[in-house]
Design a binder for this molecule. Structure first.
Ligand code: ATP
Length: 284
């Protein structure tokens, strides 16, 4: 038996650079792991995949599938296929990451199952192999395996590790409502952005340790799309900046807004939000 933490991610930037023949969008995003995590306990069983999930702590948790559609189960099945052996596993999942929030909660669970089964059965699969299996489950799974601070390109599966952004407090504000990633990308196609995040410039600023300059360059091309459905995103950003956030931006396809801050400002930023669920966590 072993335990794995499935840590959420935020998008420091999100750019869409094209459409691919396979229907996916070509993206270029700077991703950051945060400490907020689901907790998974894995046990060997003779064969198959069993899931028990406690999603009572999160709003909308009752809508997460608790069967083979759950991304944790799909990851286990993909690993079994890859290895050509049964490697039965029982997964006990406690959800803490808000769902359909732009924090990649499901992808984080899939990544944790792959890492965990690799340890449980001493499979010695490399990180590259785990990422290959993870990419079959979802575009964000490889990043959730590698973690830290990365540039993610292609569908999100081509990863370049960057200078880590360490020791910032992260305040999350999740306004009411959910945004499906598919809806956000489809709506974006009808009205694409004209301003794009300067990812290469930001990467150089990180390398030089010029974080304050880099924060000014953060942006997410899906933010305007999400704002049309959930205007509270703009209120959260305004309140967080007024309360001392270094930067406040929507993550992924939203609607969660994150603020990066010094430890001393985090409580004040969180307290400034009265109409959204908030979390205080750290970059990881
Ligand atoms: P992203 O940032 O990758 O767009 P997200 O945070 O917006 O992800 P998730 O929370 O991963 O989205 O959930 C997206 C969908 O996946 C939901 O409809 C949910 O029901 C489904 N799902 C399947 N398995 C899981 C899981 N283990 N945890 C959360 N959601 C899951």
């Amino acid at each position: 038996m072993l335990q794995e933490f499935a840590r959420a991610k935020i998008n420091l930037t999100l750019d869409i650079t094209g459409r691919r023949a396979d229907g996916y969008h070509e993206v270029s995003m700077i991703m950051q792991t945060i400490a907020l995590a689901d907790v998974l306990t894995l046990k060997k069983i003779p064969s198959g995949v069993k899931l028990s999930m406690d999603a009572t702590e999160i709003i909308g948790g009752e809508n997460i599938p608790a069967d083979e559609k759950n991304l944790a189960c799909r990851a286990a099945v993909e690993l079994q296929k890859f290895c050509g052996k049964s490697f039965g596993v029982s997964i006990d999942l406690v959800k803490k990451i808000p769902v359909a929030a732009g924090l990649a909660g499901g992808s984080a669970d899939a990544a944790a199952v792959l890492r965990g089964m690799n340890r449980l059965y001493e499979l010695n699969l490399t990180e590259t192999e785990l990422c290959e299996i993870g990419a079959r489950v979802g575009s964000d799974v490889p990043f959730c395996i590698v973690g830290g601070t990365c540039l993610a390109e292609g569908r999100g599966e081509i990863l370049t590790p960057l200078n880590p952004i360490k020791n910032f407090s992260v305040v999350l504000a999740k306004p009411n409502g959910e945004i499906s990633t598919a809806w956000a990308y489809k709506t974006y196609d009808e009205n694409p952005a004209t301003i794009h995040p300067p990812n290469q410039e930001i990467i150089q600023q990180f390398a030089r340790g010029e974080f304050d300059a880099a924060f000014k360059n953060f942006s997410n091309v899906l933010e305007n799309v999400a704002l049309k459905k959930i205007p509270a995103i703009a209120d959260c950003k305004r309140k967080m900046l007024a309360a001392g956030a270094k930067v406040a931006l929507m993550s992924g396809s939203g609607p969660t807004v994150f603020a990066l801050a010094d430890d001393e400002s985090a409580e004040k930023i969180s307290a400034s939000i009265d109409d959204a669920q908030t979390f205080i966590t750290k970059t990881f």
